[in-house]
Design a binder for this molecule. Structure first.
Ligand SMILES: Cc1cc2nc3c(=O)[nH]c(=O)nc-3n(C[C@H](O)[C@H](O)[C@H](O)COP(=O)(O)OP(=O)(O)OC[C@H]3O[C@@H](n4cnc5c(N)ncnc54)[C@H](O)[C@@H]3O)c2cc1C
Ligand SMILES: NC(=O)c1ccc[n+]([C@@H]2O[C@H](COP(=O)([O-])OP(=O)(O)OC[C@H]3O[C@@H](n4cnc5c(N)ncnc54)[C@H](OP(=O)(O)O)[C@@H]3O)[C@@H](O)[C@H]2O)c1
Length: 475
């Protein structure tokens, strides 16, 4: 297959909330870009019921609308503080419409493979598009000879933008990956066989599956707690299996979204001990401690991991409408056995056990993985390849989509400088090349990698942009 020449452009993979942020900034900044989206609309996880959609039937934002919206595009006044997934999707669609993004996106276009090629279009030794590429020997990663990624080959399905128009190989200047990290379910396995229905939280799209059934929800993150509270309205019995404790925060304090007071304190750079103390005070005053509801006591300090933003579940636990169980040990037909040796007859299990980071179109050896996390500088820049970048590969404490916009500005600075004078980026190359492996050993290494503090991360991005400006002036 011959590469179509798109080598003056960048390829942006995905038109979810973060992909849209990048597309909007690139268009404003004049960075040539093609956005490829395999669904037939924008929105990614918020595109309910579509393969990309990870929201379940009961999802509302857990961040308030003011601390979620794009920088100059507030959510409608008539929206509640915590809009439903349907409202969030409508908001993203109207953002894309009003900013003229729809016409710049190729829908129904799936990226199947992404690989570095050199100046003359040769791929590296493994997984070439046509098997004729030669290795130019600029380095080895994980024992595999690599080319420098001067350009990038992107193999797409549905190439002309309409579904089913076949495969096409394109040569792009570079690639920005915004394929999301909350779509590949993490599903634990246990000894024995379970005879009932099993689903992941992303597939809980209708209450019919749990109506009048005995349901077990597994996990104690936001998905598990939301879903257990919803299931309890329809199911015969609702149980929640938690292997560890989580902290709970109310969505409202004094009638206002609770994240706004936390954000204000962080903006004022309140020290961590004060933040922790005030958060504990408000959580314990309003909801009490998790163990007061029969939930496991958290084994970590408050704010070391993201709390669950949910009080509905606590109320249902207090009313006996949801029962707490420990970790699952094994299955035997419809019986689920737990580590405390108790057993429960169960019809449906919903695993709200999170997601894995995946880039199915990138060979594993193009990234260095540890503990399920890729080695990536500032959650955005490939340590070695200069024209492979990531957007949305983080979960900021607040303002996720504004973070994506801020990062997009930095990516645009970087791309412009790279175009004008690649040697001006030598210092930056060294810094990104030296980025340490993503995370240490730990149960939640991938969540630790993703969970960045918005204010700290935003400062890092501002510093990075200042560095690009200095490098530009010093040319
Ligand atoms: C249940 C749930 C609730 C959440 N609640 C909140 C919240 O309250 N507040 C908050 O800030 N965040 C929340 N989030 C996080 C949310 O994921 C982010 O806010 C944001 O929407 C992520 O956008 P994204 O563009 O990075 O990824 P996604 O939304 O996953 O978009 C990725 C896009 O890439 C496309 N794509 C993937 N692979 C390919 C390919 N090979 N070829 C072409 N296209 C491809 C997909 O189709 C998709 O459209 C929630 C997430 C979930 C799952
Ligand atoms: N807006 C909303 O309403 C909303 C709703 C849902 C999710 N979200 C967001 O979406 C993202 C994903 O949330 P999530 O709740 O789906 O996933 P998550 O935060 O990763 O939580 C997964 C839960 O499953 C547990 N778990 C994982 N593997 C397990 C195993 N093998 N056995 C038992 N338990 C296991 C985890 O326990 P450990 O802690 O022990 O690993 C954790 O409690 C988060 O950013 C979240 O904030 C938002």
């Amino acid at each position: 297959m011959t590469d179509q020449d798109y080598s003056d452009k960048y390829c942006l993979i995905g038109a979810g909330a973060c992909g849209l942020a990048v597309l909007r900034v690139f268009l404003e900044r004049g960075v040539p870009v093609d956005c490829l989206e395999r669904e037939d609309d924008v929105g990614g996880v918020w595109n309910f019921g579509k393969p990309a959609g990870s929201v379940n039937r009961s999802t509302h934002l857990i961040t308030s609308k003011g601390l979620t919206a794009y920088r100059d595009y507030p959510m409608p006044k008539e929206y509640p503080h915590y809009p439903s997934h349907r409202q969030v999707w409508e908001y993203l669609r109207s953002f894309a419409r009003d900013r003229g993004l729809y016409e710049k996106i190729s829908f129904g276009t799936s990226v199947e493979r992404v690989e570095p090629i050199d100046r003359v279009g040769q791929a590296d030794g493994v997984g070439q598009a046509d098997g004729v590429g030669q290795v130019n020997g600029v380095g080895r990663v994980n024992g595999v000879e690599q080319v420098d990624g001067e350009y990038w080959r992107v193999v797409v399905n549905g190439g002309s933008g309409s579904r089913g128009s076949g495969s096409e190989s394109r040569r792009y200047r570079g690639v920005i990956v915004a394929n999301g990290h909350l779509w590949a379910p993490c599903l634990p396995t246990y000894p024995g066989n379970f005879s009932g229905v099993v689903l992941h939280s992303k597939d809980y799209t209708s209450e019919e599956i749990v109506r009048d059934r005995r349901v077990l929800v597994v996990g104690l993150g936001n998905s598990a707690c939301d879903i257990a509270a919803d299931v309890a309205r329809f199911a015969r019995r609702t149980r929640l299996s938690a292997r560890r404790g989580s902290y709970f925060m109310p969505k409202f304090l004094f009638g206002k979204p609770s994240d706004s007071s936390g954000d204000l304190l962080q903006r004022l750079r309140a020290p961590q001990f004060l933040l922790r103390w005030l958060t504990r005070l408000s959580a314990e005053t309003v909801v009490g401690r998790p163990q007061d509801y029969g939930l496991p006591r958290p084994d970590h300090r408050l704010l070391d991991e993201r709390p669950v933003m949910n009080t509905d579940l606590l109320s249902l636990l207090g009313h006996g409408r949801v029962e707490v169980k420990p970790e699952i040990r094994s299955f035997d037909g419809e019986r689920v056995r737990f580590v405390d040796e108790s057993e429960e007859e169960t019809d449906v299990i919903i695993f709200a056990t999170g997601y894995r980071i995946r880039f199915p179109f990138l060979r594993d050896d193009l990234l260095e993985w540890s503990d399920g996390c890729p080695r990536v500088y500032l959650n955005a820049f490939h340590p070695r390849f200069d024209r492979l970048m990531f957007a949305g590969l983080s979960e900021p404490s607040t303002l996720t989509w504004r973070t994506a916009e801020e990062l997009a500005e930095a990516l645009a600075d970087y791309i412009e400088l790279d175009r004008r004078d690649p040697s001006a980026l030598n210092g930056f190359r060294e810094a990104k090349g030296a980025t340490p492996a993503a995370a240490a050993n730990g149960k939640r290494a991938d969540r630790k990698f993703l969970e960045v503090d918005y204010h700290r991360y935003s400062r890092e991005i501002r510093k990075l942009r200042a560095g690009f400006r200095r490098a530009d002036r010093g040319r």
